[in-house]
Design a binder for this molecule. Structure first.
Ligand SMILES: NC(=O)c1ccc[n+]([C@@H]2O[C@H](COP(=O)([O-])OP(=O)(O)OC[C@H]3O[C@@H](n4cnc5c(N)ncnc54)[C@H](O)[C@@H]3O)[C@@H](O)[C@H]2O)c1
Length: 333
């Protein structure tokens, strides 16, 4: 298998590349990443000398570059995206560029250069919007609440339209919030661990009652491997571990593991459009592809806290005032 991975220098993409190279000795991976602010060469330092791995710095909007790469591979997994909701509030344009136009460019390159290529487009549970009771299935309507999720929803419908009209071999995945090693420090879990270890207050948006369904990154990358190898064209697969937690519960769990006092928690002004609860029904991927998560939240979060505490060399250079700001959605990025 020759695989093109886009956005592979970010959090989940780098975990995915490490996983597939370890699991499949005969696979080759080309990683195309523009090296945006959230990416980090250190994420894949341990495999950079592996002969099966090639890194190319470039943008998925570069049609000629993407066309040339797609010609030479059997499959593409698209992780490339602007991924932080807070930043999408003050700077939506870069989200349209990467998340929507970038996917359009990829689809055009596929249809013109290699329409047989297997394509997995990684999307998010946020495209459905929030849900107060029950869980979204793949049949539910898209009702995004933020510029981030709107640009991801737009990319999903592009993939569906191109796949039907041009008979492409593409599937879409929608997963819940990921956590684990190599996540950029601006996201809730790494930010909480880092701030707690620095003795700083932990900001919690609004009342902290927003619910997210947490998925350990290794379980996510295994699910993508399954969809890549066994998923059907034009099908959408939800991916979740069914580990719903309020933000307060997440922060409390981390503080308990780190043996820090709950008085570190501080409530701050909520971000606009903040979805109250996400919840996915992932029965389809379990039934059709036999995927199940292997980590409970308790296990995954213990491993994650341990990883950040042991790898300060990794996160220390990424931490600045903006990244650790208590209400980053108010900043102009
Ligand atoms: N992190 C989560 O909890 C989560 C949940 C659901 C879905 N997702 C999706 O998974 C994917 C990866 O998320 P992540 O958390 O690893 O994000 P990330 O921000 O850590 O990584 C994204 C990577 O994409 C690269 N990139 C962005 N625009 C690009 C472009 N135009 N051309 C080339 N490279 C580009 C960045 O440089 C970065 O390395 C995204 O598509 C995101 O929407 C993430």
């Amino acid at each position: 298998m020759r695989l093109l991975v886009t956005g592979g220098m970010g959090f989940i993409g780098s975990n995915f590349i490490r996983y597939v190279l370890e699991k499949h000795p005969d696979w080759e991976v080309v990683n195309l990443d523009k090296l945006g602010y959230g990416s980090n060469l250190a994420n894949l330092k341990d495999i950079e000398s592996d002969e099966r791995y090639t890194f190319i710095k470039g943008d998925i909007n570069d049609f000629e570059l993407v066309k040339g790469l797609i010609k030479k591979v059997d499959a593409v997994v698209n992780w490339a995206a602007e991924s932080h909701v807070d930043r999408s509030i003050s700077n939506p344009h870069s989200f349209i560029e990467s998340n929507t136009l970038g996917v359009y460019t990829l689809l055009e390159a596929v249809r013109k250069e290699n329409p047989e290529v297997r394509l997995v487009h990684v999307s998010t549970d946020e495209v459905y919007g929030d849900i107060l009771k029950g869980s979204f299935t793949e049949e539910d309507r898209l009702m995004p609440s933020s510029p981030y999720s709107a640009t991801k929803a737009a990319s999903d419908v592009l993939v569906l339209g191109w796949t039907r009209t041009y008979n492409l071999n593409a599937s879409i995945t929608r997963c819940t919030n990921n956590y684990g090693p190599y996540q950029f420090p601006e996201k809730l879990i790494p930010k909480t661990i880092i701030r707690a270890s620095m003795g700083l207050k932990i900001p919690i948006y609004g009342t902290g009652q927003n619910v997210r369904d947490w998925l350990y990154v290794e379980d996510h990358v295994r699910a993508i491997e399954g969809v890549l190898l066994k998923g059907e064209p034009r099908e959408v697969y939800n991916i979740s571990a069914g580990e719903e937690k309020t933000n307060i519960e997440v922060v409390r769990t981390i503080l308990r593991i780190m043996d820090r006092d709950e008085s570190l928690m501080e409530f701050v002004e909520d971000r606009p459009g903040h979805d109250l609860r996400y919840s996915l029904d992932s029965w389809k991927i379990t039934r059709d592809l036999k995927w199940r998560p292997r980590h409970s939240f308790e296990e995954g979060i213990e491993k994650t806290v341990k990883w950040y505490l042991e790898n300060e060399w990794w996160w220390r250079p990424l931490v600045d005032e903006k990244v650790l700001h208590p209400t980053p959605w108010k900043l102009v990025w």
